[in-house]
Write a protein that binds this ligand. Structure first.
Ligand code: BTN
Length: 328
């Protein structure tokens, strides 16, 4: 019997579960149940034990992030089922890529409580302090062509958005291609890396950083970045949020896989696109230009209408898009 099974059972019950019931359910001795409960307490859970009633899990907003805590919230079929948890690592993207090279299965999820070499897009770093935020990387082995895989980043943005909207119902949106924002300030960054040949993909790793329980942002990024804690004034259960992102990702990925593009997700994505019908500046290396963003197409490209009404298709890998008056 695994302690995460007991944790799941206590969580589902939401009330006392007798020691006898746990013994019978798992076919183990009272001592084995007692040992598992002690172990969960050592993991940081508060479990009340009352004579004649049994055990009850006392849920708190924040809890120690662990493999057991994440697993106990997971309700997916394959995404996040093979879960690797590291208290500290360099970068979960690097870990997931190494696991991929060793043959790990699609759906493997690497989560860390802190990163010492967190990586952002465009060669930037990603601040990854312990005990507050979410750092995770999902390994995928899609059967699509390499040029279609960049849309997987958009699929993840949608999944994060849907999970975050359960906590903050208003003001959540996506800044194309893959920043999730609350009231115009970034709470999530996504970095997708791929190993491929011209006619096929070995693997894709999608790394996600969510500013979760940080009480304040560093001075330099405060104007355009925020955290869930800052927005809601209460701590968020990281384990549960990770599991909710995986839940939505699995559903969204199934839709992506139907046509290997954004066709089935287009309307949902565009509904949350904060750049939509807004003036944007496209920082194309061949020359910057301005226009109105009209949403994405099924390939995940941003449709930008220029002043002369011609339409440009902006590919995520090539350029950066800024709002004309700042970050969004
Ligand atoms: C961005 O620049 O917006 C993307 C940031 C991606 C950060 C995440 S944190 C987990 C994963 N591991 C990394 O090293 N980077 C990604």
């Amino acid at each position: 019997m695994k302690r995460d099974e007991i944790l799941k059972k206590l969580r589902q019950a939401g009330d006392y579960v007798s020691g006898q019931e746990l013994c019978e359910y798992y076919g183990v001795s009272r001592t084995a149940v007692w040992k598992a409960i002690r172990q969960l307490e050592r993991d940081g859970y508060t479990i009340e034990a009352v004579t004649n009633r049994g055990y009850r899990l006392v849920e708190s907003g924040e809890e120690t992030l662990s493999r057991v805590s994440i697993d106990s919230h997971m309700d997916t079929q394959w995404v996040g089922k093979n879960l690797v948890f590291r208290k500290e690592t360099g970068s979960t993207n690097m870990d997931a890529k190494l696991l991929a090279e060793e043959g790990a299965a699609a759906g493997t999820l690497v989560v860390a409580d802190m990163q010492t070499a967190g990586r952002g897009r465009r060669g930037r770093g990603w601040v990854s302090e312990p005990g507050t935020d979410i750092y995770m990387s999902l390994l995928l082995r899609p059967s699509c062509m390499p040029q279609q895989a960049s849309a997987l980043t958009l699929v993840m943005a949608l999944a994060v958005l849907e999970a975050v909207a359960e906590i903050v119902p208003d003001g959540v949106g996506i800044k194309w291609p893959n920043d999730v924002v609350i009231n115009g300030r970034k709470i999530c960054g996504i970095l997708t890396e791929m190993s491929a040949e011209p006619d096929g993909i070995h693997y894709v790793v999608t790394g996600v950083g969510i500013n979760t329980n940080r009480a304040e942002m560093e001075e330099e990024i405060r104007s355009h970045a925020t955290s869930l804690m800052i927005e809601t004034a209460r701590p968020v259960n990281r384990a549960k949020l990770i599991a909710r992102v995986m839940h939505y990702y699995e559903a969204a990925y199934a839709l992506f896989a139907q046509s290997q593009d954004m066709t089935a997700l287009l309307d949902r994505y565009n509904a949350f696109l904060i750049n939509r019908d807004k003036e944007v500046r496209v920082l194309d290396p061949k020359g910057a230009y301005e226009g109105i963003a009209r949403g994405i197409n099924e390939k995940g490209e941003l449709i930008v209408e220029r002043e002369d009404k011609t339409r440009e298709l902006v590919y995520a890998g090539e350029v950066s898009v800024r709002g004309i008056y700042g970050y969004v």
